[in-house]
Design a protein around this ligand. Sequence first.
Ligand code: NAD
Ligand code: UDP
Length: 311
Amino acid sequence: MKILVTGGAGFIGSHLVDRLMESGHQVVCLDNLYTGATVNNAQWLDHPNFQFIQHDVVEAIAIEGLDQIYHLACPASPVHYQFDPIKTAKTNFLGTLNMLELAKQCSARLLLASTSEVYGDPLLHPQHEEYWGNVNCTGIRSCYDEGKRIAETLTFDFHRQFGTEIRVARIFNTHGARMLENDGRVVSNFIVQALKGIPLTVYGDGSQTRSFCYVSDLVEGLIRLMNGNYIGPVNLGNPGEYTILQLAQTIQKMINPDAELIFKPLPQDDPQRRQPDISAAKFHLGWEPTVALEEGLSKTIAYFRDRLKEA
Ligand code: NAD
Ligand code: UDP
């Protein structure tokens, strides 16, 4: 198949590209390199089945003969999506619109990488797909949260209005190799801080929770969703729920038991609890994560250890 991966030079996108290339597909990777880097696709750059296009999804593009589109282009870390929030909103609205137009032109199936952020600061726990969420539409996270919500709306409207084949994944916090050192997300921050011997920055009192999925599990879920019959939306994440303080202590124990923890103010609208209900993914995709927290963390730690040695 000829498969487009937008955001394919980013963290999750590059692991997806690896899986698709290993399966013998023709892969077009489209990315504006905002938070991604071609080094993430280094092993494929000279491969005849691989094409890299530096392009911003906010601008329309014509590509012929596509069978599938995985639409991941969008910064995912609060630090990066809040840097230029209007651009983030445009990426989600115009970018998704352009990719849906492309899917319609090619009669390709499009999978949207949506997010647990569509549930906002959830009033229901754990979150299942029928929950409509609790999102502040004027806060600093809204460019991303509302951006992804309108992206889901557009995707479902293309399906209803034009019969476009769609799949919608709601991705929960994911970690692994190729996250950026300055990414700003909690797993990379804590690991890099512990490795550098500087204090781990816990925001708030650390009682807020998240559930952490290892990237190989997530990519398997995306591929199953794309190639199955269920259109979604479907939660993809690891249901193991941890407080941020527990995460800090786990990483402290794994890297440097003497590392200091310091407490910083909690950012505005930071969700208090987050845990995916993955019954739908289990039932419709036969999918559930296989990598436990510490096992995944040890791989992510090994990656950052090497990166910091190289630097
Ligand atoms: P990432 O920042 O590493 O990757 C995003 C990629 O998209 C980067 O390569 C970036 O350069 C590219 N990009 C950004 N804006 C673009 C634009 N306008 N045009 C073209 N390319 C653009 O983030 P990630 O963690 O790999 O996330 C990938 C997708 O998964 C995103 O859509 C994100 O919202 C979603 N997601 C990720 C997580 C997570 O925990 N990693 C959780 C929920 C949802
Ligand atoms: N967080 C933290 N220290 C950091 C970075 C993040 O305590 O150095 C917290 C953040 O406030 C949030 C959680 O960790 O409660 C997850 O943050 P992240 O940015 O990784 O993802 P998101 O909030 O989008 O789930």
